[in-house]
Design a protein around this ligand. Structure first.
Ligand SMILES: [Mn+2]
Length: 360
């Protein structure tokens, strides 16, 4: 396992690389070039600058999260071929500088969605929070505007200003798209990028939808074990793999998260993993918890054991954290609580490894 940390880049992320390096057991980051909109080619010189900067801090930069997929590709518009070509060029450029895994998602319009970004807990910490009842009373535009206002000046992944301007138009375009249509558009994309990935040695890792259900009547096709199975069989190659996310899949209690990690790990189709906990508050109603099993509803030991048993070389990162100890910053991506998460996950992993080697 390689423990990593999401980092948005100089000028986009308030956390210095040096602080990330100081977290025990941290091997590298999952990096991004946030200045490029979906569909644009990432130039070689910018990729090189990012990798050099991360390496200079004593960290690896082998995973990129995310190279966003242009909406026209998801919609299957004629313009998609140009954007797919650009996507392949970006993949070729990334491979030249040692990138091994690209995390992405195929969620229409909305990446992750929460109804509160700074929900206050009894202990004074804040966390990301979701109540579907609130979503049902709001239009997509209202919820996007509220999220942008709450985000404290940070651009949230999936909520880039460039995309918000087209929200109304894009929502209308999705009105006639079924889940099967979306899956066919996804297949079209994969069939055209996976040969490039195989050639340059990059594994694509799709992140599940978050939360794990349909929003505003727009189809979502990456929510469950069966959805993931359909995706990995569409193009049967290790380059077409998953970034399993315990918190996203775990937002729906019907998903058996450790079993999903174990199955796709055994099938050789997990390239990256996000590990965090959730606490169920009701039907389609949850909050993000500390990583500790006892703080939420997921069995974190079983999740880490599935990774240990099936894909010990996987890139792992703690996922969203709470705001604790007075920290201010990008919602879901603080330093302190994610560092605690990484340390806890490393502790679980060490214990699992030692117990298993002792018993053999
Ligand atoms: Mn995640």
């Amino acid at each position: 396992m390689k423990m990593t940390f999401r980092w948005y880049g100089e000028g986009f992320d308030p956390i210095p690389l040096q602080y990330i390096k100081q977290i025990p057991g941290m091997s590298g980051i999952m990096g991004v070039l946030d200045q490029y909109a979906a569909g644009e080619v990432w130039p070689e010189e910018d990729i090189k600058a990012l990798v050099d900067q991360v390496n200079a801090a004593g960290l690896e930069c082998e995973v990129i999260e995310s190279v966003n997929v242009h909406e026209d590709i998801k919609l299957g518009l004629p313009t998609r071929d140009e954007y797919i070509k650009n996507y392949c060029t970006t993949l070729e450029n990334l491979a030249k500088y040692g990138i091994k895994v690209v995390v992405y998602n195929f969620m229409p319009v909305f990446d992750w969605l929460r109804t509160e970004l700074y929900h206050e807990n009894e202990d004074g910490s804040t966390c990301l929070y979701y109540n579907h009842a609130d979503v049902e009373g709001m239009t997509p535009m209202e919820i996007v505007e509220r999220t942008a206002k709450d985000s404290g000046g940070f651009t949230l992944p999936g909520w880039e200003p460039e995309r918000l301007g087209r929200l109304e138009e894009v929502l209308n375009l999705y009105a006639n798209i079924s889940a099967d249509d979306l899956r066919e558009n996804y297949r079209y994309f994969l069939e055209r990028i996976i040969p490039t990935c195989e050639k340059v040695g990059i594994r694509m890792a799709v992140h599940p939808d978050d939360p794990a259900w349909e929003l505003f009547g727009i189809p979502r096709i990456c929510n469950s074990r069966d959805d993931l199975d359909k995706i990995v069989t569409m193009v049967d190659s290790p380059a077409n793999s998953l970034c399993v996310c315990s918190g996203s899949l775990g937002s729906n209690p019907d998903n058996d998260v450790p079993a999903i990690f174990r199955e796709f790990g055994e099938r050789g189709r997990i390239a990256a993993a996000h590990v965090r906990n959730v606490r169920y508050l009701g039907d389609k109603h949850f909050q993000e918890a500390a990583h500790l099993s006892a703080d939420g509803n997921l069995d974190m030991e079983a999740i880490m054991e599935a990774l240990y048993d099936t894909c010990p070389d996987v890139y792992v990162r703690p996922d969203h954290g709470r705001m604790i100890w007075g920290e201010e910053g990008r919602a879901g991506y603080p330093l302190y609580d994610r560092a605690l998460g990484a340390t806890y996950l490393n502790g679980l992993y060490e214990a699992i490894a030692k117990l298993k080697s002792r018993n053999n």
